[in-house]
Design a protein around this ligand. Structure first.
Ligand code: COA
Length: 137
C-alpha cells in the first residue's frame, strides 16, 4: 500500500538497497510488521505482462534468520505466478547465495529480457558489479 512506502524506503536505505523509482512504478509490496513497525518487505515491478523485477527484499536486523525473508519470497513468487508472469528477475550485490536457495540462477546481461533492460528503473538501479539472477515461473 502507498502508506507503507515511507517505512519501506527507510528499511531499504538502512540495508543500503536502492530506492529509486519505488512508488512510481506499478509496484506491489508485500510487507510484514509488528507493533514496533516494519519487519520486512519484498516488492515486484511488472514489465509487459511477462517479466517481474524483484525490488527491495529486506528484513530488519532484529527479525533476521527467523524465516521471514523466505516467507516474503514465497508470497511474492506465488503472487507473480498468479499474475501469469513468465519469469522473475533480480539483481543483487551481496545475496546471490540467498536467492539461489529459491531456484534463481545467474544470467548474463545479454539474457536480461529486453523490456526490462530498457526500463529506467532497471538502468538506474543496476550497479555495474551487481549479479543478475532469474527464475522461470
Ligand atoms: C537477505 C535477507 C532478506 C534474508 O532475510 P532473513 O529473514 O534473515 O532470511 P531467512 O530467515 O529466510 O534465511 C536465513 C538464512 O539465509 C542466510 N542468508 C541471509 N542473508 C544471506 C546472504 N546475503 N547471502 C547468503 N545467505 C544469506 C542466513 O545465513 C540463514 O542461513 P541458514 O538458514 O543456513 O541459517 C536479509 O538478510 C536482509 O534484509 N539483508 C539485507 C538486504 C539484502 O541483502 N537484500 C537482498 C538483496 S537484493
Amino acid at each position: 500500500m502507498k502508506s507503507d512506502l515511507p517505512e519501506v524506503e527507510a528499511l531499504l536505505r538502512s540495508c543500503t538497497l536502492p530506492v529509486g523509482g519505488i512508488g512510481e512504478h506499478a509496484l506491489q509490496f508485500h510487507v510484514s510488521r509488528d507493533k514496533s513497525g516494519l519487519l520486512g518487505c519484498a516488492g515486484i515491478e511488472e514489465y509487459g505482462g511477462t517479466v517481474g523485477l524483484l525490488r527491495g527484499l529486506a528484513v530488519a536486523e532484529r527479525a533476521r534468520c527467523a524465516g521471514l525473508g523466505e516467507l516474503l519470497m514465497s508470497a511474492l513468487v506465488a503472487d507473480v505466478r498468479q499474475r501469469g508472469l513468465e519469469s522473475l528477475v533480480l539483481r543483487t550485490e551481496t545475496a546471490a547465495g540467498y536467492f539461489s536457495r529459491f531456484g534463481f540462477t545467474k544470467i548474463p546481461r545479454s539474457e536480461v529480457p529486453h523490456r526490462l533492460l530498457v526500463s529506467r528503473e532497471f538502468a538506474e538501479t543496476i550497479a555495474a558489479r551487481a549479479t543478475v539472477m532469474a527464475i522461470a515461473l
